[in-house]
Design a protein around this ligand. Structure first.
Ligand code: HEC
Length: 278
C-alpha cells in the first residue's frame, strides 16, 4: 500500500495547474456524480471503491520511465515529440486531440501521434514490437499513452477545430456516428443517444449528456473485466464488434473521425484519466 502511494506521488505532483489540479481521477468522477443525476455514472459502486488503487496507476509510472528513456534504433527519448503544444510539452495535451499536424499533413488522434514520434524520432518501424503490440498492459503504446493521458486528468476536453481538416474530420465522425450499417443495421446512436438505456446489467452512456459522455470517452482506462488497460481505439473496435460490423482499420482516418466527434461531444467537461471501466 505504501509502495503504491509512493508510486502515485509523482503523478499527483505532475497534475499541474488546471481547475482540478491535484485531484485524482476518482475525485474528477465524484464531482460529475455530484453535479447530475446519472445511473450511468453511479452504476458501479465497486469500481468507485477500487479507483484509488487502479492498476492503471502502475502503468503511468512505467510509461513515464519509457518516455524519458533513450530507445529505438536512434537511441533517443521521446522528449522532443510535439503533441501540439510544442516539443516536450505534455501537460494538458491529451484532451486537445485529434489535431492537425503540419509535419504529418493529417489529423491524428493521440495514439497515431505517439506512433508517429516513435517512428520519426526513435526510428522504430511497424515490425518492431514497440509499435506492433497495441493491446494490453504489456504494450509500450498502452504505457506511454496512460502516462501522457494522466497529465490531462481533470482538464476539459477541447479538441481544436480551427484547421479546416480538423473540422472536416469531426463532421465526418458525426455522420459515421448516426449512420446505420452492418448486419444489424445499428448506428452508434442506437445505443448511445438515450439516458439510462441498458444492455443486460450495463447502463450505457448518453452522448447527449456531456457529463456522462466525458466518462464514456475517457480512455485509456483499466477494464476490470479484461484485467487490462485499454485505449480509445480499442473501444471503437469493440463497439463495431457489438454492431456485428466489419472491424475498422486500427488508426485509420475513420477511427480518428469517430474519436474526433466523440471528444467534441464531451467538450468542456473534465476528463477522467485514467478511468476505470466495467
Ligand atoms: C448494440 C449497442 C451498441 C452500439 C450500436 C454501440 N455501442 Fe458503444 N457501447 C455499448 C456497450 C454495451 C458498451 C459497454 C458498456 C459497459 O461496458 O458497461 C459500450 C461502450 C461504449 C463507450 C465507452 C463507454 C464507457 O462506459 O466507458 C463508448 C465511447 C462507445 N461505446 C462508443 C460507441 C460508438 C462510437 C459506436 C459506434 C461506432 C458505438 N458505441 C456503438 C453498446 C453499443
Amino acid at each position: 500500500m505504501l509502495k503504491k502511494a509512493l508510486l502515485a506521488l509523482p503523478v499527483a505532483l505532475a497534475l499541474g495547474v488546471a481547475a482540478n489540479a491535484q485531484k485524482a481521477p476518482e475525485d474528477v468522477l465524484q464531482r460529475l456524480i455530484d453535479s447530475i443525476d446519472s445511473t450511468y455514472l453511479t452504476q458501479s459502486e465497486m469500481n468507485l471503491m477500487m479507483m484509488p488503487d487502479s492498476p492503471a496507476l502502475w502503468l503511468i509510472d512505467d510509461g513515464q520511465e519509457l518516455f524519458h528513456e533513450a530507445r529505438g534504433p536512434n537511441n533517443v527519448s521521446l522528449e522532443t515529440c510535439d503533441f501540439g503544444k510544442g516539443p516536450g510539452v505534455l501537460e494538458g495535451v491529451f484532451v486537445e486531440f485529434p489535431r492537425y499536424f503540419e509535419d504529418a499533413g493529417r489529423v491524428m488522434d493521440f495514439e497515431s501521434r505517439l506512433v508517429h514520434c516513435m517512428k520519426t524520432i526513435q526510428g522504430f518501424t511497424d515490425d518492431d514490437p514497440a509499435i506492433k503490440t497495441k493491446h494490453g498492459n504489456a504494450a509500450d503504446i498502452t504505457k506511454l499513452q496512460t502516462y501522457v493521458a494522466s497529465l490531462s486528468n481533470g482538464h476539459a476536453w477541447n479538441p481544436p477545430l480551427d484547421h479546416p481538416m480538423e473540422k472536416a474530420i469531426r463532421d465526418a465522425g458525426e455522420i459515421i456516428f448516426y449512420r446505420r450499417a452492418g448486419t444489424m443495421d445499428f448506428s452508434c446512436s442506437t445505443c448511445h443517444a438515450a439516458t439510462g438505456k441498458r444492455i443486460r446489467a450495463s447502463v450505457l452512456p448518453d452522448s447527449n449528456v456531456p457529463e456522462e459522455w466525458t466518462k464514456a470517452v475517457s480512455w485509456p482506462a483499466f477494464r476490470v473485466g479484461h484485467d487490462n488497460v485499454r485505449s480509445a481505439q480499442h473501444r471503437v473496435s469493440e463497439c463495431y464488434w457489438q454492431m456485428r460490423h466489419a472491424e475498422p482499420v486500427w488508426g485509420d482516418i475513420g477511427m480518428i473521425a469517430i474519436i474526433s466527434y466523440w471528444n467534441d461531444r464531451a467538450r468542456g467537461q473534465p476528463a477522467i484519466l485514467p478511468d476505470m471501466k466495467r
